[in-house]
Design a protein around this ligand. Structure first.
Ligand code: UT7
Length: 335
C-alpha cells in the first residue's frame, strides 16, 4: 500500500486586534457619509485602528503568532518558516517576516513577505502547505495582517469607511491523517492594477514632495469595477475548488470569505449552494482588514469547529488577485 500522503494541517490559530474602535458615527464626523449608507452598502459597523504610532504591522503579526504558538504548545525555535501576507509592511524592506522572526525569537526560522493584497493569506496558505507536502518543513507559520489605517485617506469617503487594522496567524504542521490544506486555486490579472492600488512609494514613484501633495501614498479604489470582478472571481474560484473535489453545498461546514462587502459574500454563498448559517461573517466588527480577514474569521469561529469540517476559504483583492482553498479542519469538537 502507498504511504499516506503528507498534508499541512492547521493546528492552531491566533489573532490580534488593536483595542481602539472607529465607528460609523466617528466617520460621520470626518467625511460626508452616514451609518445607513455604510451598513447597507458594506455591512460594516465599526473597525479597529492601531493608534500607537510606535507600532505597525509587525507588532500585530507577532502578537497573533505568539497566541497561535502558545495554543499549539510549540516553541518559537520549532518554527521552520514564517510567511507574512501584508501590503502594509513596516518598511519597504527588510520584510515584515524578518521583524516577526526577531520579535518571536524564532531562531531557526527563515521567511519572507507575500504581497497579494486581500488574497495574501490564501496565497501564503498554499505556499506554506506546499513546503510541508514537499517534505521541506514540518512547521510553517502563516500570518495575514494589515495596518490599513496607515495608508487610508480619511478625507476619501469611498475608501475610509471600508478598511480596518488587524492580524491573524495559523500554524501549519505536517500530518498524514487526511485533514489539512487539500486543494487550492489561485489567480492574478494585472490588468486591474489601477482599480485598487497605492500609486506612489514604490520604485516608479518614490516619495517626493509632489507625490505627497498629490496624496498618492493612499489607497485608491474604483469600487464598482472591483465589486463586479470580486463577485465573479470569488464565486468562480470557490465553485471550481468544490467541483473538482466532488463537493456540494451540504458537504461544506463553512465558507470562510474575505470580508470586503456583505453583498460579495452573499453572492459567493449562493453560487456554492450554501445557507447563511454556513458562512463566517465578522465584517460588521472589523471591516476589511485586507490580509487579516481570513485568519481573523478562523480565530472567531475556532471554538465552533470540529475535526473533519470542510471549509472553503475564498478571497479577491487588488492586483487583481483571487483564489479559493479547501481546508479540512484538524482539531476540536465544536458545538
Ligand atoms: O478588499 C479588496 C476588494 N475590494 C472590494 O471587494 C470592494 C468592492 N467594492 C465595493 O464593495 C463597493 O463598490 C463599495 C462599498 C466600495 C461602494 O459601494 P457601491 O454600491 O458600489 O457604491 P458606488 O461606488 O456606486 O457609489 C454610489 C454612491 C455614489 O454617489 P452618486 O454618484 O450616486 O451620487 C458615491 O459617491 O454612493 C456615494 N458614496 C458614498 N455615500 C455615502 C460613496 N461612498 C460613500 C460613503 N457614504 N462612504
Amino acid at each position: 500500500m502507498a504511504d499516506p500522503k503528507t498534508t499541512a494541517a492547521v493546528t492552531a490559530v491566533g489573532a490580534y486586534l488593536p483595542p481602539d474602535r472607529l465607528t460609523n458615527a466617528d466617520l460621520e464626523a470626518l467625511v460626508d457619509t452616514n451609518d445607513e449608507w455604510i451598513r447597507s452598502r458594506t455591512g460594516i459597523e465599526e473597525r479597529r485602528i492601531l493608534r500607537d504610532p510606535t507600532k505597525a504591522t509587525s507588532f500585530m503579526a507577532t502578537e497573533a503568532a505568539r497566541e497561535c504558538l502558545a495554543k499549539a504548545g510549540v516553541a518559537p525555535d520549532d518554527v521552520d518558516c514564517i510567511l507574512v501576507a501584508t501590503i502594509t509592511p513596516d518598511h519597504v524592506f527588510p520584510s515584515t517576516a524578518c521583524l516577526v522572526q526577531h520579535k518571536l525569537g524564532a531562531q531557526r526560522a527563515w521567511g519572507y513577505d507575500i504581497s497579494a493584497a486581500c488574497s495574501g493569506f490564501l496565497y501564503g496558505l498554499t505556499t506554506g502547505a506546499k513546503m510541508i507536502e514537499a517534505g521541506m518543513h514540518r512547521r510553517v507559520l502563516v500570518i495575514g495582517g494589515d495596518a490599513m489605517s496607515r495608508i487610508i485617506d480619511y478625507t476619501d469617503r469611498t475608501t475610509c469607511v471600508i478598511f480596518g487594522d488587524g492580524a491573524g496567524a495559523v500554524l501549519l504542521e505536517a500530518t498524514t491523517d487526511g485533514t489539512g490544506v487539500l486543494d487550492s486555486v489561485q489567480y492574478v490579472d494585472g490588468s486591474g492594477v489601477d482599480a485598487l492600488w497605492m500609486e506612489a512609494g514604490g520604485s516608479l514613484h518614490p516619495a517626493t514632495r509632489e507625490t505627497v501633495d498629490a496624496r498618492l501614498h493612499y489607497v485608491r479604489q474604483d469600487g464598482k469595477t472591483v465589486f463586479k470582478r470580486a463577485v465573479t472571481g470569488m464565486a468562480d474560484a470557490a465553485a471550481e475548488v468544490m467541483e473538482r473535489n466532488g463537493l456540494s453545498g451540504p458537504d461544506i461546514r463553512y465558507l470562510v470569505p474575505h470580508q470586503a462587502n456583505l453583498r460579495i459574500i452573499d453572492a459567493t454563498a449562493r453560487r456554492m449552494g450554501i445557507g447563511p448559517d454556513q458562512v463566517m461573517v465578522n465584517i460588521a466588527r472589523y471591516g476589511n482588514t485586507t490580509a487579516g480577514t481570513l485568519p481573523l474569521c478562523l480565530a472567531d469561529w475556532e471554538a465552533d469547529l470540529r475535526t473533519g469540517d470542510n471549509l472553503v476559504l475564498a478571497a479577491f483583492g487588488g492586483g487583481f488577485t483571487w483564489g479559493a482553498t479547501w481546508l479540512k479542519w484538524s482539531y476540536g469538537s465544536g458545538q
